[in-house]
Design a protein. Structure first.
Ligand SMILES: [Mg+2]
Length: 495
């Protein structure tokens, strides 16, 4: 194989004919590279192996035609007597032949637009042994998470492909070998057996989690128990998260205004002089004041950085001056993630990606945390991964510190806290064991009860308001029977 390509540097790409593989993007990247780097003309060859698949299907045949045309246009423009820029093979190869190609290729160019794993990248790394070589890998391939020593690119960005080819061609041999060695050691540990064992362990963990979830789920019996404690209490503290708890999560956070039903329930709860209601939220205090300011309740904003008591807002920490570094990285992530946006609060920065593509959003969120973590540690800032939001804030305040402040100021004989997000765990953990903590949505180790959906929250709060005596005689027998039945069911489950 090596002889076939002479002394040229060899870039290899191997795919099945498929749209998801980004074959046209790759060719455009290579064309741009040739256009801007005349110094490499006659020195670099792209060997493109495409394994036929479904080419009798119209759209695949069309893709094949486009690939043929693109290759034709590159070769037509740059070919010389003794150099063809793109060598095209439209057929399958045996494993031995492929292995030989991987072994001699100086660069593997793997640019799928989306790929569960991508074995070509792993085969290339595994085949290399001590031979040098550079892997250019799309960040959209599942394997990118493991193969972090590859030059990672966004397959939609032609300029990035061009630059990656240059970087790979110029990379010193020693660095190539080191990067390959690190990737090989990862591959040798992540075997099929390990994968299977991990899978089974995770399955078991999920089963146990499900079990825990079932035991914590709020049923009629638990409501009755909570109601009983509520009725006997003289001083109650009711801590409520706002987004995802009192209101449904909205694609645009500014649309999550309180419904008339919510206002009415909060009003009724607050009308009982024994109740101290606190909305404990990560939102800014302007919005909370605008939406709930007229209610006779307390509030905490930006994770306890601000709090409102007896109608007056107080500030716990001073405004943070955000460094240009942190802001410019966040701006870059906004640009690279369609429909995400940045919210700049006085004491926190929030990057929201609720409206973005779920898969891309999760990928970018992880990348954002990885890039910001050292910068934030240096500036003594905290990074929080919430529900479709990454927040950067001062570590001095959180929902738990607000709970500490409230408990220090007054004695309560009944405390209940409800929240849906990881930030609410701080609130749950800051409370004494006797408190009733309710996690909405996913189950939490820190909370002792669980409601599966936000839509269950208002009915639950309303059930606390209900009269102590049962309303009607017919209803009462039926209610008692359902109560007893649920209670027995619960009892059986816990046995
Ligand atoms: Mg929330």
């Amino acid at each position: 194989t090596r002889k076939l390509f002479g002394e040229h540097k060899l870039i290899l790409s191997v795919d099945r004919l498929d749209y998801s593989k980004g074959i046209l993007h790759r060719l455009r990247g290579f064309a741009t590279f040739l256009e801007h780097h005349a110094e490499y003309h006659g020195k670099v060859t792209l060997a493109m192996v495409i394994v036929p698949s479904r080419d009798h299907v119209g759209s695949y045949a069309e893709l094949k035609t486009k690939i043929d045309e693109e290759i034709g246009s590159i070769n037509g423009r740059y070919s010389t007597m003794n150099w063809t820029p793109v060598c095209y093979f439209y057929h399958g190869f045996s494993l031995e032949e492929l292995t030989a190609m991987y072994y001699v290729a100086d660069i593997a160019l793997v640019t799928p637009l989306r790929d569960g794993m991508n074995l070509v990248a792993k085969e290339y790394v595994a085949t290399k042994c001590d031979n040098p070589g550079v892997l250019i890998l799309s960040e959209m391939a599942g394997a990118a998470v493991e193969l972090t020593d590859a030059i990672q690119i966004n397959p939609n960005d032609t300029e990035q492909i061009e630059n990656a080819i240059c970087q790979a061609l110029e990379m010193p041999e020693e660095e190539q070998k080191q990067r390959l060695k690190r990737m090989q050691s990862i591959l040798s540990v992540q075997t099929v057996n390990k994968w299977a064992a991990d899978f089974v362990n995770e399955l078991n963990a999920t089963c146990m989690k499900n079990d825990m979830l079932r035991k914590k789920r709020i049923v009629a019996a638990s409501i009755a128990q909570i109601k009983l404690k509520y009725n006997h209490a003289k001083q109650r503290l009711i801590l409520l998260d706002y987004d995802g708890t009192l209101t449904a999560l909205k694609p645009r956070p500014e649309d999550a205004q309180p419904t008339p039903e919510l206002i009415s329930i909060l009003q009724q709860l607050a009308s009982d002089p024994a109740n101290h209601i606190v909305i404990n939220s990560g939102r800014d205090h302007f919005t909370l004041e605008k939406w709930l300011g007229t209610l006779p309740i307390s509030m905490a904003a930006e994770h306890g950085a601000f709090y409102k008591e007896n109608g007056v807002w107080h500030k716990n920490i001073k405004k943070i001056e955000w460094g240009a570094g942190i802001l410019s990285i966040l701006q870059m992530f906004v640009d690279r993630t369609p429909r995400s946006h940045l919210e700049v609060k006085e004491t926190a920065l929030a990057w929201h990606y609720r409206e973005s593509d779920a898969w891309l959003g999760t990928l970018r969120a992880q990348q954002l945390v990885n890039t910001q973590i050292s910068l934030c540690t240096r500036q003594k800032l905290q990074i929080l991964q919430g529900n479709k939001v990454i927040e950067i804030k001062s570590p001095d305040c959180n929902k738990g510190s607000e709970v500490g402040r409230l408990l220090a100021n007054r004695r309560y004989d009944f405390v209940i806290a409800m929240g849906d997000d990881t930030t609410d765990e701080d609130m749950f953990q800051a409370l004494p064991m006797s408190a009733i903590t309710i996690k909405i949505g996913s189950v939490s180790e820190a909370a002792n009860y669980h409601l599966s959906a936000q839509s269950d929250v208002l009915p639950f709060l309303r059930s606390l308001l209900g009269k102590q005596k049962t309303a009607t005689k017919e209803g009462s027998i039926k209610n008692r029977l359902t109560f007893a039945f649920d209670f027995l069911k619960d009892l059986l489950k816990t046995q």
